[in-house]
Design a protein around this ligand. Structure first.
Ligand SMILES: Nc1nc2c(ncn2[C@@H]2O[C@H](COP(=O)(O)OP(=O)(O)OP(=O)(O)O)[C@@H](O)[C@H]2O)c(=O)[nH]1
Ligand SMILES: [Mg+2]
Length: 308
């Protein structure tokens, strides 16, 4: 699929965050240039190898991020970019430049403000470790459950944006939680999000991952739940409420059983009542928060309409 000919490819900023990607950055930049995209911005996280020099030699604009972490780099780059369209891609050579057309098309057609390149659609064997694939699937499910929208690959590193999106998301995450935050913020701001199939290939043998699957996976899961409190409070308070009520019922069953055997457990009876009451209270908090969030969403919608 090739992009409509009317597009000036310099209106597209190809954004590549890098940290020690000398093994793959040259080929990636060359591939984009042979697709006709010359406007390439590398935001580097103080690489200790030759990434910056190689990127510059091959025609990319290179800046060094002020802080640390992929999230901080992306936020800094979003502030600098003024082009109408941005395509963000990891520099580790696991995504193909030739998929850029698929990533951009829904945005150029006006159907989407933000596109997600779905790695699950087609991945080479070895592209995901078993743990990474299971973790990605679990986090996608958690996201779907918490936000009521199924986006197939919320953690993808290949994304397209309009200028409107990159200037309007409020991003704060510094590390690998940035993909989650971008996805949640887009859903929250009611941006039109579209998922497109792309190919995901195995990482170059001499390049190391910067992601720790367990530590970063847990952080991402926590981010999804924490952010759900502001988007879908019934989900957040529902988890707390169910936990409290179920433990109350468990203690209660024990108390009743003991009472049938002639033993009265007064402190445990009090605990049962407290747990169940707190559980019910969580559901009430959830309903109230849900009301507040709905009203807020309505206000924001009106403000957006007025701005348009
Ligand atoms: N600027 C910048 N880029 C980073 C930083 N950490 C990682 N990156 C880049 O962000 C991209 C994604 O990092 P990866 O280590 O591939 O993480 P991942 O793709 O989520 O995980 P894998 O599945 O293991 O590849 C790569 O291009 C990295 O070079 C950072 O602190 N600063
Ligand atoms: Mg990667």
């Amino acid at each position: 699929m090739n992009i409509q000919t009317s597009l000036d490819k310099n209106d597209v900023c190809i954004l590549i965050p890098t940290l020690n990607e000398e093994a793959t950055i040259v080929q990636l930049i060359k591939d984009f240039r042979s697709e006709g995209f010359e406007n390439i911005l590398v935001i580097d996280g103080h690489s200790s190898d030759n990434t910056r020099q190689l990127a510059e030699e091959n025609g990319a604009k290179v800046i060094v991020q002020e802080g640390k972490g992929k999230g901080q780099a992306v936020q800094e780059a979003f502030q600098l970019i003024e082009e109408p369209y941005t395509v963000m891609i990891d520099g580790d050579g696991t995504y193909l430049a030739s998929d850029v057309h698929a990533v951009l098309q829904p945005i150029l057609d006006g159907r989407a403000d933000h596109t997600l390149g779905n790695r699950m659609a087609n991945f080479e064997s070895g592209a995901f470790t078993r743990l990474n694939l299971a973790g990605n699937r679990a986090l996608n499910k958690l996201f779907g459950f918490a936000y009521g929208i199924w986006l197939e690959d919320i953690l993808t590193g290949y994304r397209g944006f309009t200028r409107h999106v990159i200037k309007n998301l409020s991003l704060t995450e510094m590390g690998f939680e940035i993909e989650t935050e971008i996805t949640v913020e887009s859903v929250k701001h009611e941006m039109k999000v579209e998922v497109v199939p792309i190919t995901y290939v195995a990482r170059h043998s001499s390049a190391d991952t910067k992601l720790n699957p367990l530590r970063d996976g847990l952080k991402i899961g926590k981010t999804i739940i924490r952010m759900a409190r502001l988007h879908n409070p019934m989900f957040y308070f529902g988890i707390l409420g169910t936990g409290l009520t179920l433990s109350g019922i468990a203690v209660g069953l024990y108390v009743v059983n003991e009472w049938m055997n002639g033993v009265t457990r007064i402190p445990m009876t009090v605990l049962t009542a407290l747990l169940i009451l707190s559980g019910i209270q969580m559901f009430i908090f959830g309903m109230l928060s849900d009301l507040i969030v709905s009203l807020h969403r309505e206000t924001m919608r009106m403000l957006r309409k007025r701005d348009e």
